[in-house]
Design a protein around this ligand. Structure first.
Ligand code: C2E
Ligand code: CA
Ligand code: CA
Length: 731
């Protein structure tokens, strides 16, 4: 509140003009002469001729000064004074009276008269008294105004203090709260009265007691005390069910000493009175900081540590292990067929699968181990405790079997496998990045030699890995440079011993590595979408290899080609396939496409429609690797399926277990029941073929009859078969 710029003198002169007088006297002449004298200075003068009129006027308006006669008709001066007193009217009364008995005077003073004059009086004296009275009035008024301003400013400060989002407190000499603002409720959940009179240390989080000791009740002042520290304060998280539970709230604290200053002689002595402090709630900042650090070190989807944290831990573990001479194990895990599931079901389900995979893997490891997700379907496990290779193997085995149980996604059973590569410190390397690279390399080795397993790194892998990196670009080159070819594996009808079908299997005739099998590159091709070009290439090559050959065309042999999920999902499928068959002169009724169950699990309706189009054109549909993927068999009723191929893994079990044999029998029985053709894959010996024949599964494919062979060899057999047939027909 600032003072007005007008000087005090000017101020009082102006105020004087505003002073209002009431002159009360029944003696008209005396009254009028007084009024005339007064009016020279104070223009606002009202007259009353008796007590009654005076009271009426006083009730109507405010007078600063009343000059009052005592002896009057109707109501006396005493009565007027009594009225003023009783009604607590703010005014100053100067009495002018003929009465001078001591009783009258004391009575008037008792009733509140400011001064008393005996008639006749000197106007100068009266004026002097009036001036004193007015001065007093002015002083009082000013005081009242100052008081008002103070109150206002105090209100403002109180408002600011109480509505501050920060906790503001004052501690007394003993360190007890003597003041806290309203924020304490919002911030800590306590009432102000919970803190007042209590020692501050009761509210400091236990672990921060030491830190708080000299800061919460800071004695220093000003710049020397100006530093900020972070502390935890106890909160009252009480609700009705847990009334005494507390947690802590992180705050940032600024505090300083409060001193009173006294003069002792010429010296000023200041005495410590307490501490004033401001505590700011920093929980949201802390939360953000925590999240940022968490994000930097965790995979947000699975909540597992990420690559950065793994590298940190691996670094530490390697340092420790080199000191103690112990071994360390690093495992690289990669899910098989994850891409397919992700593409078929969508990312949401893919994410869900990753979360569940992470949980299962985590359940298999010990507390000191670090399981991290590196991204995509890649995980890494660090076993920092001294572990032998044999122990590592058993961990890998446990991880593999933990994923073997089906996952339930959108109410469907899904199976997923994992390939694990293992590297060992210090045998394989001393360097953390090399350890990871080696484990990765070993993992790729598992992938390429058949999935779902583990292997240790060895230096022979080095050379193999280098070439794997370039698979994608290699395949592009292969297409351009004509490095691809097809091997044909006949399908035999066991009863006639004749070839009734043939499967086209892709081979990559690599300039450096020779003939490369598809398990090694198909998954990469699928991931990089080169697969669609490969499939088209296969179809074209099948057309030139086989449909240009008279013996083959004359035979009734069907050729089957393998398609991948992305082929089927392509928006131009199946029209593109139909167009290609026409273009290349492939007769639709001689073509079969092989698809796996996983390919249509996402959108069976769209798939049914597409396959129906093919079927209507005369192209057959075979379910490859039957029994290894999708578990529900309902689709067999919905889709136009012509052939089921019993997977190699079931056929190979025939002679090993009763269960395996029973499973094959069940599959054959079911296919027969549905009127679907059946082919057994991977038949390697006569025990298998005889058993299958007994069941009525007559068409077989496998090494027992023929390995996949080059086109000329295959066509040679076809020619022989055709000759025999023609010689039969001649007979
Ligand atoms: P698949 O479709 O299950 O093909 C059968 C695989 O079993 C072939 O391996 C074949 O050589 C092998 N095989 C045949 N008889 C026997 C046997 O008696 N014992 C054993 N142990 N194996 C036998 P291949 O040619 O290495 O192909 C592997 C996989 O690559 C195929 O499995 C198929 O899924 C995929 N593939 C091959 N060619 C193509 C292609 O042109 N396009 C696509 N998308 N995938 C292909
Ligand atoms: Ca196949
Ligand atoms: Ca197969």
């Amino acid at each position: 509140m600032e003072n007005s710029p007008i000087s005090i003198e000017e101020n009082s002169r102006q105020q004087e003009k505003l002073i209002s007088f009431l002159v009360v006297d029944d003696d008209l002449r005396a009254r009028e002469s007084l009024v005339t004298l007064l009016q020279r200075r104070w223009p606002d003068i009202t007259q009353a001729e008796d007590g009654e009129q005076a009271i009426a006027l006083i009730q109507q308006r405010q007078f600063n000064l009343v000059i009052l006669d005592l002896n009057m008709p109707k109501k006396s001066g005493d009565q007027v004074l009594t009225f003023i007193r009783q009604k607590k009217i703010q005014t100053t009364v100067i009495v002018i009276s003929g009465e001078t008995s001591i009783n009258k005077v004391t009575e008037a003073v008792r009733l509140g008269a400011y001064d008393i004059f005996k008639k006749p009086y000197s106007f100068d004296e009266l004026e002097h008294s009036i001036r004193n009275a007015l001065d007093k009035l002015l002083v009082e008024e000013e005081k009242a105004q100052i008081q008002k301003r103070l109150e206002h400013s105090e209100q403002l400060h109180r408002y600011m203090v109480n509505n501050s989002p920060d906790l503001i407190y004052i501690l007394n000499l003993k360190g007890e709260f003597s003041f806290v603002n309203n924020s304490v409720k919002k911030l800590l959940g306590f009432k102000r009265s919970d803190l007042i009179g209590r020692h501050y240390s009761e509210f400091i989080a236990d672990e921060d007691r030491m830190k708080a000791e000299y800061l919460f009740n800071e004695r220093r002042r000003e710049s020397r005390s100006n530093r900020t520290i972070e502390l935890g304060l106890k909160c009252n998280t009480a609700n009705s069910s847990k009334p005494f539970e507390t947690s802590t709230c992180p705050i940032e604290l600024n505090s300083m000493g409060i001193y009173s200053v006294d003069s002792k002689g010429s010296k000023k002595v200041s005495t410590y009175q307490g501490t004033y402090g401001v505590a700011r709630d920093i929980s949201s900042r802390k939360k953000a900081e925590k999240l940022i650090t968490y994000q930097a070190y965790h995979d947000l989807l699975t909540k597992l540590p990420n690559r950065a944290m793994l590298l940190d831990r691996l670094d530490l573990a390697v340092k420790q292990a080199s000191r103690t001479g112990q071994t360390l194990i690093v495992m690289f895990l990669d899910l098989d067929r994850f891409k397919l599931i992700n593409d078929s079901f969508g990312h949401v389900v893919g994410d869900q699968l990753l979360v569940e995979v992470a949980a299962r893997l985590k359940a298999e490891i010990r507390t000191g181990d670090t399981l991290a997700r590196l991204g995509g379907d890649e995980f890494m496990l660090l076993l920092p405790q001294p572990t032998t290779r044999i122990q590592a193997e058993s961990v890998a085995q446990k991880l593999i079997s933990s994923l073997q149980q089906p996952f339930y996604l959108r109410g469907k059973e899904v199976y997923i496998n994992v390939s694990i590569g293992i590297s060992v410190f210090p045998d394989d390397s001393n360097d953390i990045n090399t350890l990871i690279k080696n484990a990765d390399m070993a993992m790729y080795e598992v992938k390429s030699t058949g999935k779902n397993g583990y292997t240790f790194y060895n230096d022979k892998l080095e050379h193999a890995a280098a070439e794997k990196i370039s698979i994608e670009s290699g395949l592009r080159k292969a297409l351009k440079n004509d490095e691809l070819e097809i091997f044909y594996q006949p399908q035999i009808d066991i009863r006639s011993r004749r070839i009734v079908g043939v499967e086209a299997l892709l081979r990559w005739n690599h300039p450096q590595f020779g003939l490369v099998e598809p398990n090694y590159f198909i998954e990469h091709a699928e991931e990089s979408r080169i697969i669609e070009q490969l499939s088209e290439w296969v179809l074209k090559r099948v057309a030139t290899d086989l449909f240009g050959n008279t013996e083959f065309v004359d035979s009734e042999i069907k050729v089957s080609i393998n398609l991948s999920a992305s082929d089927i999902r392509h928006k131009e499928f199946p029209e593109s396939l139909v167009a290609l068959t026409r273009e290349h002169g492939i007769r639709p009724n001689r073509l079969e496409i092989e698809i796996t169950e996983n390919m249509f699990m996402s959108d069976i309706q769209a798939c049914t429609h597409k396959l129906q189009v093919l079927s209507n054109k005369g192209i057959s549909i075979a379910i490859d690797d039957f029994g290894t993927g999708y578990s529900s068999l309902n689709y067999l009723r919905e889709l136009p399926v012509h052939t089921i191929k019993i997977d190699y893994s079931f056929v190979s079990e025939i002679e090993h277990s009763k269960k395996g044999a029973a499973l094959v029998a069940a599959i054959v029985g079911m296919a027969q029941g549905l009127g679907i053709d059946i082919i057994a894959e991977g038949v390697e010996n006569t025990r298998q073929s005889e058993y299958l024949e007994e069941l009525g599964c007559n068409v077989m494919q496998g090494y027992l009859f023929s390995r996949p062979v080059a086109v000329n060899e295959f066509l040679g057999r076809v020619a022989t078969q055709q000759e025999n047939q023609s010689s039969f027909s001649k007979v």
